[in-house]
Design a protein around this ligand. Structure first.
Ligand code: MG
Length: 471
């Protein structure tokens, strides 16, 4: 029998006047919802979502859990459409539940579901892994390579969600399962936590405090200490008895903390990764089982060694080890070489209408995609047709300095085109507005405000530009 110990804390924070977060703690079912909407909308939406989830999950299966999220979505959607005051309300919802395994009879596992930007983490063997994917604008940009992790963490629009309950009649639900082991700790939380404190701080606190109630309230305290700008909710769920799965599996598992984590259902499965591919190592054991595997609870440990072991009748000879080591070494060298080849050059292209320096090769090389190196602030509309064509050709450079001199050159040409007209009109309007009537009579305020800057910039503008300015 899988058993839990749970601690949960929810707090309004130090800025908001009401708490729009809701949490659910019932035996084997735990959830966090973060409501949004004017007046009482947010509170109503999040409370309705967790209440509906709680009353709808009647059978312990992942499908029932997913279906309950759909029911909760419709409940919030219908309530929002019934009342003008609640119109437009919505909520995030993340939850975990103890369910029957879909693949192994008489086995239980943890199913999780997520919609929105609240998070589900798994803390195992001292490491924190985010199981859910944020449905937020910032996460989309981060995944596209348009924001780094650091930029995403402090982005001013990081509270814009791209998926929520109550917005539409139907909603897409992320979900997967995890085989739980004694010592595992699940953390469900609203964005009021991770917007205020870092993943490292969360990890350190989960390591330090063994009691889940202490951990939950300490995390909320830290979020408030760092600003408490949003409602903050933490539910910490510890696995205190796993039916002896850990003991049975310890021999089979290589010790990867994520080895029993299955890829989310709505995310694309990643199969066929080459040996030595860093992603292959990272994802090893995270892909869905292929079936017919008789390892005890090791249905996700499809690694090279166990396959070889069984192929050789459970004896690994030194020849096999040497062969595998050689194979990995060759693959490793290949990965390094491909990575070097794919990232040693730079090219210039438009990214969302902005002239941008990319590191890598246009279109990428095998598994290495180009990444944004520098943005220039130059827009497509600032360029002439010929300059646009030059950028559209994705010119390539051996190093960053050369790519920069290309974009700097563009910058100078754009400035040369715009500088004479703006500086010239202001230098001229001052005398003209008093001397003669004409198109130069602009409002006095603009003349005053610009003359100060014109006086200084005019000295840097070459004298040849002034005579060309009169219309
Ligand atoms: Mg929030």
């Amino acid at each position: 029998m899988t058993r839990f110990r749970v601690g949960a804390t929810s707090d309004t924070g130090r800025v908001r006047s009401n708490n729009e977060d809701s949490k659910l703690v019932s035996e084997g079912l735990y959830a966090v919802a973060d409501g949004m909407g004017g007046h009482k909308g947010g509170e109503v939406a999040s409370a309705l979502a967790v209440e509906t989830l709680s009353s709808t999950v009647t059978t312990p299966t992942r499908d029932a859990l997913i279906e309950a999220v759909h029911v909760a979505n419709r409940a919030v959607f219908e309530r929002a459409s019934e009342s003008a005051e609640l119109r437009g309300m919505g909520t995030t919802l993340c939850a975990i539940a103890l369910v029957d395994s879909e693949l192994e009879p008489d086995t239980q596992e943890i199913a999780w579901v997520n919609v929105g930007d609240s998070r589900i983490y798994l803390f195992r063997d001292g490491d924190l892994v985010q199981l859910s994917t944020d449905h937020s604008l910032v996460e989309d940009l981060r995944r596209d390579g348009q924001l780094t992790d650091e930029e995403a963490a402090i982005h001013p629009q990081r509270n814009i969600v791209t998926r929520a309950l109550g917005i539409d009649e139907d909603v897409s639900v992320d979900s997967s399962t995890v085989v739980p082991y004694t010592g595992d700790r699940f953390l469900l939380c609203s964005d009021g936590l991770f917007d205020e404190i870092s993943t490292d701080q969360i990890t350190a606190t989960l390591r330090r405090l063994a009691d889940p109630a202490d951990a939950a309230s300490e995390l909320v305290r830290q979020a408030n200490e760092h600003g408490g700008r949003d409602n903050v909710t933490c539910v910490v769920v510890d696995i205190v008895d796993d039916d002896d799965r850990a003991a049975a599996a310890s021999a089979a598992l290589a010790g990867d903390p994520r080895s029993s984590v299955v890829e989310p259902r709505t995310d694309g499965q990643r199969d066929g990764l080459a040996v030595g591919d860093p992603d292959a190592t990272r994802l090893q054991g995270r892909v869905a089982p292929s079936g017919g595997d008789d390892l005890p609870f090791g249905r996700h440990t499809d690694d090279v060694y166990s396959d070889l072991e069984r192929a050789k009748g459970r004896h690994i000879t030194w020849r096999v080890v040497a062969f595998v080591v050689a194979l990995l070494a060759v693959a490793g060298v290949a990965v390094v070489a491909i990575n070097y080849y794919a990232t040693r050059t730079y090219y210039v292209d438009f990214s969302a209408e902005e002239v941008t320096i990319f590191q890598g090769q246009p279109g990428g090389v095998l598994f290495v995609d180009p990444s944004v190196s520098e943005r220039t602030g130059l827009r497509r509309r600032d360029l002439t047709e010929a300059e646009r064509q030059a950028v559209d050709e994705q010119p390539s450079f051996g190093n960053l300095a050369d790519a920069r001199s290309f974009t700097n050159n563009l910058q100078v040409r754009v400035e040369e085109r715009t500088a004479p007209t703006t500086t010239a009109t202001t230098t001229i309007t001052a005398p003209v507005s008093t001397a003669a009537p004409g198109p130069g009579t602009t409002t006095p305020t603009t003349v005053h405000s610009t003359t100060a800057t014109t006086a200084t910039t005019a000295t840097t503008v070459p004298s040849t530009t002034t005579p060309t300015s009169p219309p």
